[in-house]
Design a binder for this molecule. Sequence first.
Ligand code: ARG
Length: 466
Amino acid sequence: MAKMWAGRFKKETDRLVNEFNASVSVDSRLYREDIEGSMAHAAMLARQGIISEEDGEAIQAGLKSILKDMEEGKITLSPELYEDIHMANEQLLTERIGDAGKRLHTARSRNDQVALDMRLYVRKEIGEIISLVLQFMEVLCDQAADHLETVMPGYTHLQRAQPITFAHHLMAYANMFKRDVRRLEDCLEGMDEMPLGCGALAGTTYPIDREFVAKELGFSAVTDNSLDGVSDRDYCMELCSCLSILMVHLSRLSEEVVLWCSWEFKFAELDDAFSTGSSIMPQKKNPDVCELIRGKTGRVFGDLQTLLVMMKGLPLAYNKDMQEDKEAVFDAIDTVKICLKVFAPMFATMTVIPENMRAAAKKGFLNATDCADYLTKKGVPFRDAYKASGTLVAICIEKGETLDTLPLEVYRQVCPVFEEDVYRAVDLNACVRERKSLGGPAPEEVARQLEKIRGFLKEKEGKVFS
Ligand code: ARG
């Protein structure tokens, strides 16, 4: 079939080049945005008298009918017929309404068209991702509310360090996801500029009204430089950066769930519906969902890398390299969405085993700092107190005791300041209860953190992000 740009060419495009060049198999998912953008453009052309009222109306009706057929799956966008979604919609329109269809592309280029379509698409998807993150934060809050008093070991270097609660641990993640939401909102705000009207690169001689188009499509501004408007993919890189960081958080939590579900920890057990078995080992119950999320995290980083490398050497303005942006952006969006969708119910149905958390917290001398603090509060300089507590730990290890069971005489041999009340100070519950410094694990303090996150969620409730 003759190309839309056939005028200047004497030969048909090589079949391989056609295949190589075509992007419709990837960008067909922009069909809605492409039609929406074209409708706003045509409305503006008619309003400005650049095309006639009748042509304008024919275009609107034609595009509407294409959209309907697309939604109903009546149109197959094969790469043999169409180069990309923009060409496809224009060809289909011309088939349906004749010459008026050929007027749609007046004062427009595919360069500003694709820039617009991508922004419309990314904007919508960011909104959906934010909603998914917020839903997951609800899950975290609900789990946390049930475990304000569930003592567990807190770790550094994956070594038992100090006692915390499961709620405290979960609220750490809630804060990470809260920042993810803020980053995504910021990305959304930064990309709120409408590029149509930049033309191929140098604007147009037609008396277009870009502000009108921006308003029609719900943008609060237009891009301010036509070269920048067609070649800016910052928002794609920004989005993939936000998504990469979000995936880091999901991946870390996934890794923790993997650990918690191991027999070595057994702090939690996944619901059968969210675990998988082994083809050979009958006893196995595997946290595949978590492992896949951990694995797919690398994929999203890869998408970001694809964009960064793709853009870094491009001279202004549009270059065909940029067609590759879609696969990366779509993949990052799809991956993050499916990860959030499956992780939330998996986490919500996970059974926590508080006894095992507590048992683990009882071992490993998590109260050694509290033992030192006990002396410090009685006037012993912290460094001396630290040493005394360390000596007691060494004695405990040797004797197979814990700080809770070690006789008072032994305490007093190490430091005569110790008295009977040391047992209250090193009691696990007290160690958590007394850590009520702002941000700490004391149940009342974590309840405050939880309320703050819930307040944030309330503020976002019912809000449409896009
Ligand atoms: N399919 C192209 C893309 O996604 C559309 C823009 C084509 N522009 C051009 N000058 N060939 O980048």
